[in-house]
Each structure stands twice: as C-alpha cells, then as structure tokens.
Design a protein around this ligand. Sequence first.
Ligand SMILES: *[C@@H]1O[C@H](CO)[C@@H](O)[C@H](O)[C@H]1NC(C)=O
Ligand SMILES: *[C@@H]1O[C@H](CO)[C@@H](O)[C@H](O)[C@H]1NC(C)=O
Ligand SMILES: *[C@@H]1O[C@H](CO)[C@@H](O)[C@H](O)[C@H]1NC(C)=O
Ligand SMILES: *[C@@H]1O[C@H](CO)[C@@H](O)[C@H](O)[C@H]1NC(C)=O
Ligand SMILES: *[C@@H]1O[C@H](CO)[C@@H](O)[C@H](O)[C@H]1NC(C)=O
Ligand SMILES: *[C@@H]1O[C@H](CO)[C@@H](O)[C@H](O)[C@H]1NC(C)=O
Length: 841
Amino acid sequence: MNRVHGLHLIVLTSLCCVALSAGEGDRRSVLWRGGSIAVEDAADSVLVSPSGNFSCGFYKVATNAYTLAVWFTASADATVAWTANRDTPVNGVGSRAELRKDGSLVLQDYDGRVVWSTNTSGTPADRAQLLDTGNLVVSDAAGNRLWQSFDWPTDTLLPEQPVTRYRQLVSAEARGSPYSGYYKFYFDSSNILNLMYDGPEISSNYWPDPFKKWWDNNRTAFNSSRHGSFDRRGVFTASDQLQFNASDMGDGGVMRRLTLDYDGNLRLYSLDAAAGRWHVTWVAVQRQCDVHGLCGRYGICTYSQGPTCSCPDGYVPHDASDWSKGCRRTFDVRCGEDVAFAEMRHTDYWGFDLNYTAGISFDTCRRLCLVDCRCEAFGYRQGTGECYPKISLWNGRVMSIPYQTIYLKFPTGAKNLNPSLLHFDGHTCTMDERDATVSSSYLHGRRNTINFIYFYSFLAVVFVVEAIFVVVGYLFVFRADSVAAGRVGDEGYSLVFSHFRRFTYDELSDATCGFRDEIAKGGTGSVYKGVLEDGRSIAVKRLDEMTQADEVFRSELSVIGRINHMNLVRIWGFCSEHPHRLLVSEFVENGSLDRALFDGDDGEDNTGVVLPWRSRYKIAVGVAKALAYLHHECLEWIVHCDVKPENILLDGDFEPKVTDFGLVKLLSRDAGSHMALSRVQGTRGYIAPECWTVGRSINGKADVYSFGVVLLELVRGQRVCDWVAAAATADGAWNVQRLAAWLKEKLKCDDGELPAWLEELVDARLRGDFNHVQAAGLLELAVSCVDGEPSRRPSMSTVVHKLISLDTIEHHLYATHELAANAAVVSLVGDVGGHQLRLPC
Ligand SMILES: *[C@@H]1O[C@H](CO)[C@@H](O)[C@H](O)[C@H]1NC(C)=O
Ligand SMILES: *[C@@H]1O[C@H](CO)[C@@H](O)[C@H](O)[C@H]1NC(C)=O
Ligand SMILES: *[C@@H]1O[C@H](CO)[C@@H](O)[C@H](O)[C@H]1NC(C)=O
Ligand SMILES: *[C@@H]1O[C@H](CO)[C@@H](O)[C@H](O)[C@H]1NC(C)=O
Ligand SMILES: *[C@@H]1O[C@H](CO)[C@@H](O)[C@H](O)[C@H]1NC(C)=O
Ligand SMILES: *[C@@H]1O[C@H](CO)[C@@H](O)[C@H](O)[C@H]1NC(C)=O
C-alpha cells in the first residue's frame, strides 16, 4: 500500500521544519494575486493554514498524476479533505495553480490547458487563502469571499461545512483513487438525507433503511431548508432531524471529518494527532452488506473477516479485481428450455421483484417463476408464504431471516451445479448481525474465499454469546410477561387511553364465541364479528403475524387509538398476549364497499340493491376526507398504503368508514414482514406504479393513486382490472395509465349534451340515474389521481375541495337536466376554490 508518496514525505518533512520555526511566520497560507504554485516545487509552495492543521497544494495520486487538494497535515497518510480536479488529474511536470490577474484561481496542465477554475475572473479577487477550518477561500482586498472550497465538497465534510440542497458528497471510486465513484450522500426530493448507489446499471437508496418510512427512521420530510452539518464537538444535525454524535463527542481540539468512503458507507472520523491515525466514531450503515451495489449483479455479500463478495455456484466473477462488476453465469437459460431451481438458503437479493404475493404455496411461487422467462430466480419465505419472483439479481447478501431462501433458475442440462444447495449453507448469517461494531474495517481484499479457522472460532464465540443472550432474554421476557399478566389480573385491564383499552384474549374469545363468525379475510389477517358485554358490536382482527415487542405494538396502537374521524373506523382496543395480537374496532353494519359495488355484477346476485349515485358520491367524499385527515391533519401523518374497496366499510346510512389505516406502519415495524410490505405495499390493481419501482420513496401520493382507482370503480361499478382486461381484448394491451389517457381524450370533448360515451361508461345498473356533471367531474379527478408521476397527482386535501365543490353544484342543480343550467355549472365550477375543471358541456 504505497499511499505515502515521496511527495508527502517531503511535504511532511518540510512542514515539520515549518512547525519548528512556527514563530518566525515564514509559512504561507495566502496566495496573492499573480502568485502561483508549480507542481515541481510542490514542497516549497504548499499553502498551510495558520494553525498548521491543513495544507493545500499538489497531491500525488499516481505516478505523474496530481490533483490540487487540501489535506490534513497531521494525518500519517495525508488524508485528503477536498480536491479541485478529482476526475482530471494533471501532469507531474509543468502543471501549475495560479491566482490569475483576472481574479480566477485556475489549475492548468503542462500544456497550459485550464482543467479547473474557480470561475471568478472579472472579480476584484486579491488572494486565495487556506483557513484554519480547512476552507480554501478566494477573497477580495476587503476580505469578502468570492469563492470557497466548502461550497464544492468532494467526498468529505469538515466541521461547519454543510451538506445542502446543492452540495452533496460523492464517494471515491476505489481506495486511494481520486476519481468519483457511484455512491452519493445527498438530500432527496422529499428533503431527507440519503445514501444512494447510483451505478451504471442500477441505482437505489440504502440508507436510511429503505424498508421503513421516513417517520420510522426518525426523519422528517417537512423541513425543506435542506441543511446538515456537524460541529467541532462531533454533533451532527440536519433539517430532516437526522442527529448523531461522535462516540468521542466533545471539544477537545480533535480534528474530525465525515467521509463517504469508497465502500458506500458514511463514517465520522477523529484524528489521533500523535499517531496520525483515524478512528471511526460513527458509521451510517452498521452492516456493510446492506450497502447496495457492492458485489454487482449476482454477487452475494457475506461476512468473513469483513464484508466479502462471492458468486453462487455456477457463476464466476466478472472481474476479480473489481467485484462491483459482479458475477456472470457459466450457462445460458434459454426461454422454453427445461429449467430447475437451485436453493440458496438465508440469502436475499434486494429489489427487482417482478411482483409480490403473500400467502401462496411454494409450488405456486415456483410456477410463477417457471412460466415467466424474465424471472431469473425467486425468493420464498416459509411460514408467511411470501413470494418474490426476481427479474434481475442485485444487492445479494446473507440474511439473518432463517426462512428466507433464494431459488436460482438454471437449465437442467447444466452439469457443474449442485442443484440442491448452493455455496451458502447459512452459517455465515449468524455473524451478520454482529459485524455491527464501529470499526474502520474496509472491504478487506474482497476475496471469495473464507478463512475457516477464523470463521469457525468466531462462530463458536458467537454461539456462546447468543446462548447467553437467549437465556437472559428469555428470563427477562418471561418475567416481564408475568408482570404484565399480573397487572391485567389486578385491574381487570390496563387503560391506555380513555375509550381505548387492552382486552384479554379470553374476553375476546367469549365476545366472538370462539372466533366463529369470520366476516372478512384480508392480507393483514382475518376479521371476526363479536359483541362486548356492554352490548357494543365489535370487529376483531387477528394480527398473528406480528412478532414485535409488546411495547412497540402498544405505542404504535396508542397512535392509531387516538385517531378519531367520522370516516375512519374507530379503534377501541387491542389484545397482546403471546402469541396473540388482536385489534378491536367498531363493527360497521353494511360491510365493505366491494360487496356493495361489485356483487351482482356477475349476475349471481341480481336481487342485490344497486348502490345509487348519491351514495357513491357520498362515499367518494367521505373516503377523500378520511385520507386527507390521515395525510394532513392527523398528528402522525399516516399513509394508508392499502386503499381499496375492501377497506372501505359502509355504515347504516352508507357513510363510508375507512379501515386498516396505520396497519402498514404497524407491520413495517415488524422485523419479519417489513420487507414484504415496503417492497410492494397494498393490493394489486390499486398500487401506485412508484411502489413497484425500487428505490422510489413512497408518500401520501400512493394513496391518491389508489383513491383514483376507487373513483373509477365507483363510476363504473366494476373492478378497474376487469375493465382494463375487457378493453384489452378488443385493442391490444391496456393498463390503468392507458385507460386514463383514453378518458382524458374523451373528457376534452365539448359537444353540448350528455355524451354517449359517458352514458355507456357509467355503471349500467344505474339505468342512467346519475348526475353526469358529477360523473365527468369524478372521472377527471380520477384521471389526475392515477397520473404515473406522483408529483402531478393532487393532494388529498385538493381532492376533497374539488369533490365538495362538485357536491355544492349538485345541491343547486341536480335533477334540473337543463342544458342552460349545465352551461352555468361550467362557469361555477371554474370559480369554486380556483380549481378549474374541464367538463363536457
Ligand atoms: C467553472 O465553470 C465551469 C464551466 O461552466 C464548470 O464546469 C465548473 O464546474 C466551474 N467551476 C467552479 C469551481 O465553479
Ligand atoms: C427512533 O427513535 C426512537 C426513540 O428515540 C428509537 O427507539 C428508534 O430506534 C429510532 N429509530 C431509528 C430507525 O433510528
Ligand atoms: C428546519 O431546519 C433548520 C435547520 O436545521 C432549522 O433551523 C429550522 O428551524 C427548521 N424549520 C422547521 C420549521 O422546523
Ligand atoms: C448528542 O448530543 C447532544 C448534546 O450535545 C444531545 O442533546 C443529543 O441527544 C445527542 N444525540 C444522540 C443521538 O445521542
Ligand atoms: C489544530 O490541531 C491542534 C492539535 O491537533 C488543535 O489543538 C487545534 O485546535 C487545531 N486547530 C484548529 C483550528 O482546528
Ligand atoms: C406475478 O407475475 C407473474 C409473472 O409475470 C404473473 O404470472 C402473475 O399473475 C403475477 N401475480 C400477481 C399476483 O400479480
């Protein structure tokens, strides 16, 4: 490792001399106008900050390749804090940095070509100065800053140097390389500080935890000032509420840097000035394998003496010197060929799911992948029956989840494969969780061999530690449980909130006659009807898949329990007695919207009452209000994530009540199933397209999309997927976007009367008994809600305004059926709330 170059030795030696003669003031921190630094006599012409802690000058990055850089004087390997020309190093002979007479600080190569400039020509720049903070500043005679290096960070932040909307960190390409790599530390469009792998083939965010919502990551998206920095004490704060402290926090004159390392991890370092070495005092990603893009396509990140990349059997490294290029197959999988699957336990490839289904059998999942030529492998979880057919295999890593297995597709003809089990037998994942210590370990060597002695002795230690943990943990949990149970016995039940209480399992079992009357079965659990002793009817939902700690469950529920809105189902309480988790809510008489709206559709239930237009409109308004409340008013800003007719219940007056809100949040806290939920949340047909795209952040606009689909269904009286499928048979492939585009065209028409297409489109069972201005309004709204681009969708509060304005019109004009009145409607609509709605006249 030849990182201490002759140059730096010279530099350091000269600096030592400088330090010895510090009192004499002969070192230079200022480059005056007209002055220059030549690459040849770099040692003499280095700029040094007044306290001597930083140096600036030519920095050797390779034989005959130099950059203009600022580095830490006291660090043994002269760690670079900033580079001017990271992607265009200059020649070792004839290159110079000059503060030109025209005011710009430029770096020119041996041939006079300017490779970098501060672009301050034409300003009265007087000097370039290296400050004690490590900031290189170009200023005028009065000291006004015209340019500063702090505004152009590379991969490192220094104390008080901010990351902002315009300034991001980009990692180096490899250890010791000056070139820009693929990792970024930046504020995303929702104001959250993120780490992203932005590679040539894929890009995805991996920190904060992409499986979680921003609120679960303790961030906020509501502060758009986008500013983050750390101070000399090692306390980092940002506008998205990211907050962390160095482990050696305090103002002891320690030099610090926050660097986005070439391995994609963000680390805070402190310098041990005596030894010249850096210590990691904070790290963003605890488990290095959680960083994306490390091992490339097909590669799998494991831990041996540090994170290590490997290829599955039958695959070989693409470029053994650069694991980010991943692995390639030694065989071909041709479509239509006989294929089989090889099993790789305890592994996962993050993202690139074709789709996601839960609760299906292994064979069904296998068949899904078998019949689809695009499917390269599938992930399956025993127990939950979660199935992830994969279209591409990236971000592979060993998992601590024991029942997660990847099945790789390969042709039955491939001889060199061990079909039952590939390469990994899962032992490695025991280490997974425990490689979490803050250490400066880099990707050692990136080998694909394992040091077995080290490995198994480590494993042994881990097992002993784990055994102790399990015993202690068991005693603890057991005791905690009996204490809780004791309390339940004493008080009957513990009150969490007024009207919101804890129930015992026996109590609920009695109330539901032993869970006999199942009224619904959803993705999140079955629902049973019951009656409490005080006569209230209840619906009890079993959430048996939830395994998180009782306190977490309870605190989550305390949020849900506090929510009170006439269009949201009221939660009355819960039960948490191992292994049972139940949610108790009010019983809503008229069942769910899907039954009211779609039943009888297929002719088997023709006696069913058709939901009249008036009710449909009321339902649209109620649901919109409920979602707007969750998104905008409710303290916790909840995204529902599963809006669909099944989750819209109807009370005696056909007033809608949305149910299952907050469950996604509850479930995504749960280690076991959170991945499933955040990969693809909700129900097929109602999911916004961004939920299918890896790395896109999901916000309330996903609910707006689902709401748009529900609006279409309210008007049509048919599932949108059936509608789209019916359209498809006539004219190629259709999807919701295409349907929306078609509707948009139709809505543009402006021939006076009730258009024939609209009459045909609206649910035939209404027999024409609907308000066509409202129907067109709903369609127009639905079209804007299902826009493929989330930012173009209206917010839920805008949707409510629009719906209410259309409703007001109805009160005045409904049933007049006069063209004149409808003409008036158009202008009226234009006025209400400033929301222009284009209507068929
Ligand atoms: C100077 O201007 C050039 C060309 O517009 C630009 O590429 C470069 O990033 C600028 N450099 C600085 C330091 O502003
Ligand atoms: C968020 O903060 C809470 C309370 O301080 C803490 O328990 C939890 O671990 C934090 N979550 C994350 C993802 O940091
Ligand atoms: C936004 O963040 C900045 C910087 O952290 C802070 O000064 C400001 O008070 C925050 N604004 C709000 C509304 O929280
Ligand atoms: C960091 O230190 C500050 C005190 O300077 C304290 O208020 C804050 O809670 C600490 N944050 C963390 C995450 O420990
Ligand atoms: C420079 O380093 C010394 C010792 O490492 C430290 O005491 C001093 O505070 C540092 N000065 C600045 C401006 O960081
Ligand atoms: C998932 O994708 C497969 C292959 O494209 C398809 O056959 C299957 O119907 C899809 N499943 C769901 C639930 O959408």
